[in-house]
Write a protein that binds this ligand. Structure first.
Ligand SMILES: Cc1cc2nc3c(=O)[nH]c(=O)nc-3n(C[C@H](O)[C@H](O)[C@H](O)COP(=O)(O)O)c2cc1C
Length: 406
């Protein structure tokens, strides 16, 4: 048995006062000399991968592993990113690309970039300002933050932090009343869409968390739940109950069907996107049951290990959706060219998860802003260099090989 005190020692608050380690070895002495400077000072991190190195250096091991890890052997986690490398691009030349435009319109909102922030639990593991810092950075970047149900500030607190467009991610729980109450709260707080996550009848097996005996640290609370709904995670419970698996067991519903999606649609005026679809069959069912959008996702490789990488699943889902509803993608997007490839295969937009969590751990709101800036700059460069000045001009002919449209 582990004592609560020992459990607390295992995952402490992020060591924000500590200076970061160098993202790459050759720069180490220079960066060490600037210990008091911001981790973003020049030359600073210039890629998402650099931010991952910074986050690894700044976070407690168990917290970093909770963010970074996937299910089982992490095959899908790795494949998500690698699958992008297997898609080669067919750039066009002598196109006027002097005014590249990355803007897109989704559910009536014009966004300055097609890169959205995926719902991710427990932002306060990375930074005390948690979801509030992320909401401000998303608003500044002119994009959507999808706020997780498992947030560490309440959905109202996140709404109060910024004026930017926000969507709310929902699980449908065993107790429908719990979900319905959250939907009404999200509506009242001005959220613009609901993202129903459907790939989580139970939590995937995260071996890193088991090895680290990961538990919620004291300063982290699941702020969207009250004591009555979720007593164990709001800290009256024993150390064993203070695990995410414990709360998932209480809440998650493994008997959900498409009928529940219809129930949700009737409950709200907000558009409902279904997140966690990987097949044409399910895309067709999503259409039949009235979904307003689809997110092709395998939960960042955290659920079914061996599930296909999302960019490989995308073409069949896009074909099944037949342009009737927008199809978004997340999983493994780490570079502007990954965004470009996804758009070329028919995604209306992408979402990133871990990249902005690394930014948050590295330097709070400024870190998230910088990550979003890097990705957008890389996307712009890729559009210019491939002769595609607008998002509308990014089409399937940009992709070489078997995944290319005939
Ligand atoms: C630490 C972490 C927590 C997550 N929490 C949630 C969640 O609460 N709800 C949800 O629908 N998806 C959650 N996801 C999945 C993300 O929404 C998204 O599908 C995934 O992170 C995309 O892959 P990427 O991290 O490679 O960009 C989480 C992902 C991570 C990494």
């Amino acid at each position: 048995m582990t004592s609560p005190a020992a459990a607390r020692r295992r995952v402490r608050a992020p060591r924000l006062a500590r200076s970061p380690q160098a993202p790459n070895a050759p720069n180490a002495p220079k960066i060490a000399a600037r210990r008091s400077a911001s981790p973003l000072s020049a030359p600073g991190p210039i890629t998402v991968a650099d931010f991952e190195s910074l986050a690894r250096a700044r976070m407690e091991r168990a917290a970093f592993d909770y963010y970074a890890g996937g299910a089982d052997d992490e095959l899908t986690l790795e494949a998500n990113a690698r699958a992008f490398d297997e898609l080669w691009l067919r750039p066009r030349v002598l196109v006027d690309v002097s005014e590249p435009d990355t803007s897109v319109t989704l559910f009536g909102d014009q966004l300055s970039t097609p890169i959205l922030l995926a719902p991710a639990a427990l932002h306060r593991l990375a930074h005390p300002e948690g979801e509030r810092a992320v909401a401000r950075a998303a608003a500044r970047a002119g994009t959507v933050m999808v706020v997780s149900t498992i947030a560490t500030y309440s959905l109202e607190e996140v709404a109060a932090a910024s004026q930017g467009p926000r969507w709310f991610q929902l699980y449908l729980y065993r107790d429908r009343g719990v979900s319905a109450a959250m939907v009404h709260r999200a509506e009242a707080a001005g959220y613009r869409a609901l993202v129903l996550t459907v790939d989580t009848p139970r939590l995937g097996t995260r071996r890193r968390d088991r090895r680290n005996a990961f538990q919620l640290p004291d300063h982290v609370r699941l702020a969207n739940f009250d004591e009555a709904t979720l007593p164990s995670t709001n800290f009256s419970g024993s150390s064993q109950e203070r695990t995410l698996t414990g709360s998932a067991r209480i809440l998650l519903n493994d008997a959900l069907t498409w009928r529940d999606v219809e129930w949700l649609r009737r409950l709200t005026r907000m558009p409902v996107l279904v997140k966690g679809i990987l097949t044409a069959e399910d895309a067709k069912l999503a259409l039949e049951h009235g979904a307003h959008g689809i997110v092709v996702s395998n939960h960042g490789g955290r659920q079914l290990d061996g599930a296909m990488p999302t960019v490989r699943a995308l073409p069949e889902v896009v074909e099944a959706a037949a342009g009737r509803i927008p199809v978004l993608l997340d999983g493994g997007v780490r570079r502007g060219t990954d965004v470009l490839r996804s758009l070329a295969l028919g995604a209306a937009a992408v979402l990133v998860g871990r990249p902005y969590l690394w930014g948050l751990a590295a330097d709070g709101e400024a870190g998230v802003s910088r990550v979003l800036e890097i990705l957008r700059d890389e996307l712009t460069a890729a559009m210019v260099l491939s002769g595609r000045p607008t998002i509308a001009s990014v089409d399937r002919t940009l992709i070489a090989g078997p995944d290319r449209a005939r």
